[in-house]
Design a protein around this ligand. Structure first.
Ligand code: SAH
Ligand code: SF4
Ligand code: F3S
Length: 436
């Protein structure tokens, strides 16, 4: 049997796509390996979101090419968003045998058959229908407790800084019944948590001849599979997250109280230039609504520092919004100009690198303080936790997430992974709750 080794970069959707690729390749006689040295096929599932993401992949291509040179017959494939963005430019390097975009994974077996040293193969066609609904992913998580399920692909928004619409194509929603079936299937295999994935889950809409299912309805259906199956989801878009979704969460205790709600900027002028289609007031209203209905809901976000024309005043507005909301956690980035995006074509990337980095550092510093505040605020509280396994720092302790997504560490006792337990928070860092 041939062996395939895949490294995955970028978002959770890519992690799930890699699992789909393993399933497709299994049918073509490839077995998964975690050792690059014994692989016949070496692949990277890639990300283009920021320039540094792509730079990292270029480094990996060099390493893969060493393998290809030292072990004749070894094939190197680049798949995912960077494959879609760069297309035959990757083949031109002569370091790659295979380039496949996110909607073309079904053609992998055929392409692999056709590869010769003289003819590398490529398929980067985007699709309006492909959702891989019928493919059962080969789970690659290590704990067997928490599974990711893609519910939609692509993105119909045109946030001016973002490459995703170009690398992933148009938005399409997967058959609701196939999603529920997949969630039932993982539950029957012992999984206790599913995370429903999409770039903008709130715009999920599945229509067939007999039914129409929106995201709130899908959430409810998955939550109804079993009371001890936790349901999480990402990513919510502030412009689309509806009261119906918020109330559905509140009505089902097994839908986790955590919303990842990327704000990007606290300045309405920036949000307009970013084409986010909401303003600061709208965002703050959605946060109030969430907290009114679910006071204990965890909130996390994404922030971009130094987008085109950003002034100190705009930056101060981002800082004040972060201060006001008090996110539990945030992913924070310096703006990276991406070829082909609206911002790249029509705006100047005019904030100097040192200014971008200074603003980013201020944002990170503020968020670290806020995270510590938020986590310390839980001291004395009780948390309902799903045990994930031994703590990384101290193998005598266990770790697991609370419903609000905060990581908890607690003594093992008689607990094992997959159990639920109630713990009391006794201490906290900015990323972990220490519990008894
Ligand atoms: N669909 C999600 C986000 C997907 S990309 C949403 O709309 O919120 C993940 C995050 O990467 C974004 O939220 C944004 O903060 C960041 N990002 C995207 N493009 C970027 C760029 N060109 N430069 C810096 N950060 C970027
Ligand atoms: Fe990119 Fe915006 Fe789509 Fe998110 S919603 S993937 S940021 S275009
Ligand atoms: Fe990256 Fe593509 Fe995800 S660009 S963030 S891997 S959708």
């Amino acid at each position: 049997m041939k062996k395939v080794y895949i490294e995955t970069y970028g978002c959770q959707m890519n992690v799930n796509d890699t699992e789909v690729i393993f399933a497709i390749l299994a049918k073509a006689g490839y077995e998964r390996t975690e050792s690059i040295d014994e692989a016949n096929l070496i692949m990277a599932n890639t990300c283009s979101i920021r320039d540094n993401a792509e730079q990292r992949i270029w480094g990996r291509i060099e390493v893969f090419n060493q393998q290809r040179k030292s072990r004749p017959g070894v094939l190197v494939g680049i798949v995912g968003c960077m494959a879609e963005r760069l297309k035959d430019k990757l083949l031109d390097t002569r370091k790659v045998d295979l380039v496949v975009g996110p909607d073309a994974y079904r053609s992998l077996p055929r392409l692999l058959e056709a590869i010769t040293p003289e003819s590398p193969q490529m398929d980067v066609l985007l699709s309006r229908e492909e959702t891989y609904a019928d493919i059962t992913p080969v789970r690659t998580d290590r704990n067997g407790i928490s599974a990711f399920i893609s519910i939609m692909r692509g993105c119909n928004n045109v946030c001016s800084y973002c490459v995703v619409p170009y690398t992933r194509g148009a938005e399409r929603s997967r058959d609701a019944n196939s999603i529920v079936r997949e969630a039932c299937d993982v539950y029957s295999k012992g999984y206790k948590e599913v995370t429903l994935l999409g770039q903008n889950v709130d715009s999920y809409l599945y229509k067939s001849e007999t039914e129409t299912v929106n995201f709130a309805q899908l959430l409810a259906r998955v939550a109804d599979i079993a009371p001890d199956l936790r349901v999480r989801f990402a990513t919510s878009h502030p412009k689309d997250i509806s009261d119906e979704v918020i109330y559905t969460m509140a009505s089902k205790p097994n839908i986790c109280r955590h919303i990842h709600l990327p704000v990007q900027s606290g300045s309405s002028r920036m949000l307009e230039l970013m084409r986010r289609k909401y303003d600061r007031e709208w965002y703050l209203e959605r946060v109030s609504k969430i907290r009114e209905v679910m006071p204990d809901c965890g909130l996390t976000t994404d922030v971009i520092a130094g987008f085109c024309t950003e002034t100190e005043e705009d930056h101060a507005l981002t800082m004040s919004l972060m201060d006001e909301v008090g996110f539990d956690w945030a992913f924070m980035f310096a703006y990276s100009d991406r070829p082909g995006t609206l911002a790249n074509r029509t705006m100047q990337d005019d904030v100097p690198a040192d200014v971008k980095n200074r603003r980013l550092n201020e944002i990170i510093e503020l968020q670290n303080r806020k995270s510590l505040e938020r986590y310390r605020g839980k001291i004395g509280h009780s948390m309902h936790v799903l045990v994930e396994g031994p703590s990384k720092r101290d193998p005598n302790m266990l770790c697991g997430r609370a419903s609000n997504n905060m990581m908890c560490v607690f003594p093992a006792g008689n607990l094992k992974k997959g159990d639920y337990t109630d713990v009391t928070v006794t201490d906290a860092t900015s990323a972990t709750l220490i519990c008894k």
